[in-house]
Design a protein around this ligand. Structure first.
Ligand code: CA
Ligand code: CA
Ligand code: CA
Ligand code: CA
Length: 315
């Protein structure tokens, strides 16, 4: 199994460097990942005041407990980027983000990296950052080689946080936010906004199972007199029924949730307006949104106060 992984890993790595547009490395999953056919989607609205001298680079909101697929929505109880069915099929613990204690299960499983997590012996700090990533993950992703500001946050500086790149199967150490590996006319920024894989055409996915957001730059606000004032409208955020989960690892945020609570994570990245030596800044929040079996309670609100500074990224 490992040799197959490594072989595919090298094939994909070469393809990534040489011919990003022509090779679809694909996800090789043996399980049919369907656990839920229809979702209860939420709507929401939030605002963000960008400080003077900065402009919005990217905004993402994602439900860590769902994965869209061509079969429907799959449940990801521990929010590690692998669905419960994928974990059962491949021998991971679906109630643990890091089955072998060090590296996030989705990084272990991603064919790009070919990390044998059972044999990962390097010493590293297991504490998770606000983005849910730790030192071991960074080593496995090979994003610590060039010591730089922002390694593990947005290592390739393409606007998509490393943790989201892992979730959509793009490359955290290659600036690929405008690539379209699956030829569905959605580049990787859009795939990250939709919560869809960059290696599965969105034509295969029911749009009701994708995140739909609208970003609107408002003209002005008394509460945001000198910077860009943004409204983020979430038109569709799928939620799923899910078992309770207790995150046993140190976290800046807790990824634990009760039964039917979904962990929704928000990411904002802003960058300096002019080319200065100032760093880009990231913000993140997690909030619990309850799946409503009767589909009555549809709305939720997120606000700037919930977003906390989550690290800086060099230009
Ligand atoms: Ca999982
Ligand atoms: Ca797991
Ligand atoms: Ca990135
Ligand atoms: Ca695409």
């Amino acid at each position: 199994m490992i040799s197959r992984k490594l072989k595919i890993f090298w094939g994909c790595a070469a393809a990534a460097v040489l011919t990003l547009a022509f090779q679809n490395c694909g996800n090789i999953k043996v399980a049919n990942p369907v656990e839920v056919m229809a979702s209860n989607a939420k709507t929401g609205i939030g605002y963000f005041c960008v400080p003077s001298g900065y402009t919005l680079e990217t905004f993402f909101i994602t439900n860590l407990n769902v994965k869209s697929s061509k079969y429907g929505l799959a449940i990801d109880t521990d929010g590690d980027g692998l669905s419960d069915a994928e974990e059962d099929s491949a021998g991971y613990d679906k109630m643990k983000r890091r089955s072998a204690d060090k590296v996030l299960d989705s990084i272990c499983e991603d064919l790009n990296y070919g990390v044998d997590c059972e044999k990962f012996t390097l010493s590293c700090d297991p504490a998770q950052s606000e983005f849910g990533i730790n030192e071991c993950d960074k080593m496995a992703l090979n994003v610590t080689m060039n010591i730089q500001t922002g390694a593990g946050i947005d290592s390739d500086k393409d606007g998509i946080p490393d943790i989201l790149e892992v979730r959509i199967n793009s490359f955290p150490n290659l600036s690929d936010s405008t690539n379209d590996l699956d030829f569905d006319l959605a580049n990787n920024i859009t795939e990250a906004e939709l919560g869809s894989s960059s290696r599965l055409s969105n034509k295969e996915i029911d749009p009701r199972n994708l995140v739909q957001i609208t970003k609107t730059k408002l003209t002005s606000s008394p509460s945001c007199p000198s910077g860009e004032y943004w409204q983020f409208t979430v038109e569709n955020l799928p939620t799923v029924p899910v078992n309770a989960f207790l995150d046993d690892q140190l976290s800046a945020f807790s990824f634990s949730h009760a039964e039917n609570e979904n962990v929704v994570q928000t990411f904002v990245k802003i960058k300096p307006v002019s080319s200065t030596s100032a760093n880009a800044k990231t913000f993140s929040s997690v909030q619990l949104v309850t799946y409503d079996r009767n589909d009555v309670d549809k709305s939720f609100i997120f606000d700037q106060a919930q977003l906390v500074p989550s690290g800086e990224v060099g230009q």
